[in-house]
Ligand binder design. Structure first.
Ligand code: ADP
Ligand code: MG
Length: 645
């Protein structure tokens, strides 16, 4: 502590880490420091305006709300001043010396992820990540080796003295009362540029950066006296006055997304509530599945004044892929953030936006199926949660898309209507199979009867899908059913379409009787592991499969419940066997020759275990492998004999 009142402080450890990364590894995208400083200035102006609108009286109320940048090429400095909220000495130390722990950890983790994801991508991502995690201010140390932040709070009860925060961005900073140039209200940040950062004292360069990153900041930004931003609230303009490029630029400024959006809805509504909205559908996947569950909502404005970022009352969660702004005349400016939650006006806006967006998606699906499929691959997993919206459930159902057995590729999609149009006349059921992917779905033995009858099956790849179809219940009087719960005679009315391959000889009545005895023997061998062993009507190729005794719940749903109840027992099911399959025919011959032959036992067990394996319930792979090896050893010995090797 050299001078009186000057306190030297250490940066929090997290801040030091962040600073280290910013100054050492993010060289090529340094210009984003300016976006961060401008966004902080804009936030400070927003906060001031918000409190003024609520009736508070700031220092020097006549001062305009603006941002002024001044450049000095000789001295190599860049100064940015705002007339916003300002900070007290304590706030300077707190806001510019620490970061919320969770924020910084997430930042470092995300940054590490971004940096391993490749050259150009890494830089772009890092730039996005910085802004999102409340570490934006520190990016100034990418271009400066010394920074002074002088600030005077806007509201008198927080004191009128200006304090200056100074640091070289290494380990420490100081805060003391300012004796030099000070703002009348708000904050002045002076950056002493590093020797290799001289370009940031160049007016054209700075104007260019503002056009790229900060064009839509809602306060004027002056660079050496000339205004550099357009500050248009484009959502307030008539559609005809806004070009696609303006729409896209606004989107990028709003979201930090570098990719143009898929498209936008520009809405202006007068009844039952007045508002305008500009809602974008991003062409990139939503972040809320990347651990940022809270990162959604719309920016809420009242008469062009920002009331709240990420407001979640304006949309149902299943439309949370939308990004954009809502501006209404019907909300008082002095509304507190707390009372926004149950606000009737916001609820009405929410209803209008919901209807409007469903209509917009229906139109897209009708007019441009490819675009809608792209949309679905990006945002379908959010939209499908709309099955919980009782009022709009039918419309959500109409927007659902599935992969199915009738489509050539995994990325192809069908609507429920498309499925209905392809189905035979008598069908009134949407048959579905749950599986982690298309290959697994196609190999599911339950599929065989459907393949034989030429009946299309919808593939449900995500665990939530089954809840979705259960929740939808019926669509145009059709119901949803898992292929596992098909009743033996349920598909009899549909003719076989697939030729049954090689004809298999019919069993004589005597052999049918012997087969029944074999089934009893197999049940004896398996004991309590199965409720029953019976002949299957649903298999064409596979030798056997397990089915639920009551058929009520699909096996994937059952699995989910077992996980939820932490129940890891193997469910006891019915073993259905394919009497036409060569393995079963061979077993029948062995059984007829000697019904106590031990080979029957090992074959039955192996067959059962392979069914468990298919269903994901095999818990004892060692004994399964032993069994398999035993059978292989025998098989190879017999093979040698048959081949006379
Ligand atoms: P974030 O903006 O995400 O909170 P930053 O690192 O950019 O994170 O800024 C940290 C904090 O410093 C801000 O939240 C704000 O409280 C304060 N701050 C930064 N710049 C200003 C400014 N120009 N005026 C007032 N406060 C500011
Ligand atoms: Mg910031």
């Amino acid at each position: 502590m050299a001078e009186e009142g000057k306190v030297q402080r250490e940066f929090q450890a997290e801040v030091r880490k962040v600073l280290h990364i910013l100054t050492h590894s993010l060289y090529s995208n340094r210009e984003i420091f300016l976006r961060e400083l401008i966004s902080n200035a804009s936030d400070a102006l927003d906060k001031l305006r918000f409190r003024v609108n609520k009736g508070e009286q700031p220092r020097l109320p006549e001062l305009p709300l603006e941002i002024r940048i001044t450049l000095d090429k000789e001295a190599k400095t860049l100064t940015i001043a705002d007339t916003g909220l300002g900070m007290t000495a304590e706030e300077l130390a707190e806001n510019l010396g620490t970061i919320a722990k969770s924020g910084s950890e997430q930042f470092l983790a995300d940054l590490a992820g971004a940096q391993t994801s490749g050259e150009d991508g890494a830089v772009a991502d890092a730039a996005n990540i910085i802004g999102r995690f409340g570490v934006g201010f520190y990016s100034v140390f990418m271009i400066a080796d010394k920074v002074e932040v002088t600030s005077r709070p806007a509201f008198a009860d927080e004191g009128v003295a200006a304090h200056v925060w100074t640091s070289d961005g290494l380990g420490t900073f100081t805060v003391e009362e300012s004796t030099g140039e000070k703002p009348e209200r708000g904050t002045i940040i002076k950056a002493y540029l590093k020797t290799d950062a001289g370009e940031y004292a160049d007016k054209y360069r700075i104007e260019e950066i503002i056009r790229t990153h900060s064009a839509f900041i809602p306060f004027p930004i002056f660079v050496d006296g000339d205004q550099a931003n357009t500050q248009a609230a484009i959502w307030r303009e008539p559609k005809s006055a806004v070009s696609q490029e303006q729409y896209n630029n606004f989107y990028k400024a709003l979201t930090y997304d570098r990719t143009d959006p898929l498209d936008e809805q520009h809405i202006s509504v007068d009844v039952p509530v007045q508002f305008t909205a500009l809602l974008y559908t991003p062409a990139t996947e939503s972040e809320i599945y990347a651990g940022k569950r809270d990162h959604w909502g719309l920016d809420l404005y009242a008469r062009r004044v920002l009331i709240q970022h990420d407001n979640k009352e304006l949309l149902p969660e299943y439309l949370s892929f939308l990004k954009g702004v809502v501006d209404t005349e019907d909300l008082p400016l002095n509304i507190s953030r707390e009372t926004l939650q149950e606000n009737v006006i916001l609820q009405k806006i929410n209803q209008v936006i919901t209807k409007q967006t469903l209509g917009y998606l229906e139109k897209m699906a009708g007019e441009d199926a490819d675009k809608y499929n792209t949309f679905w691959h990006l945002h379908g997993k959010i939209l499908k949660l709309g099955y919980t919206d009782y009022i709009n459930r039918d419309r959500v159902a109409g927007l659902l898309r599935f992969n199915s057995s009738a489509l050539p590729e995994a990325k192809d999609l069908t609507s429920l209507q498309g499925y209905m149009d392809r189905a035979p006349a008598d069908q009134k059921t949407f048959w579905f199979a749950t599986a982690p992917n298309r290959e697994a779905a196609k190999m599911n033995p339950h599929m065989e009867i459907f393949r034989k009858k030429g009946i299309e099956v919808l593939f449900l790849f995500e665990p939530v899908d089954e809840f979705v179809v259960e929740g939808i219940g019926t669509y145009k009087e059709w119901t949803f059913k898992s292929i596992e719960s098909v009743k033996p005679d349920e598909l009899d009315k549909f003719a076989d379409t697939e030729s049954a391959g090689e004809a298999v000889s019919q069993l004589s009545d005597e052999d049918k009787g012997a087969f029944e005895e074999l089934l009893k023997r197999m049940k004896e061998i398996l004991g309590d592991k199965v409720t029953e062993v019976r002949v299957s009507q649903r298999l064409a190729d596979s030798p056997a499969l397990l089915v639920s005794p009551d058929g009520a719940m699909s096996s994937s749903m059952e699995k989910l419940f077992k996980i939820m109840q932490k129940d890891d027992s193997i469910p006891v099911k019915v073993l259905e066997v394919n009497r036409e399959n060569p393995l079963l025919r061979n077993m029948l011959a062995i059984f007829k020759a000697d019904n106590t032959d031990p080979a029957l036992e090992s074959m039955t067990r192996a067959l059962f275990d392979s069914c468990l394996l298919m269903d994901g319930y095999l818990k004892d792979p060692q004994s399964f492998a032993l069994q398999l090896n035993g059978l292989l050893t025998n098989a190879s010995a017999w093979y040698k004999e048959v081949k006379k090797i």
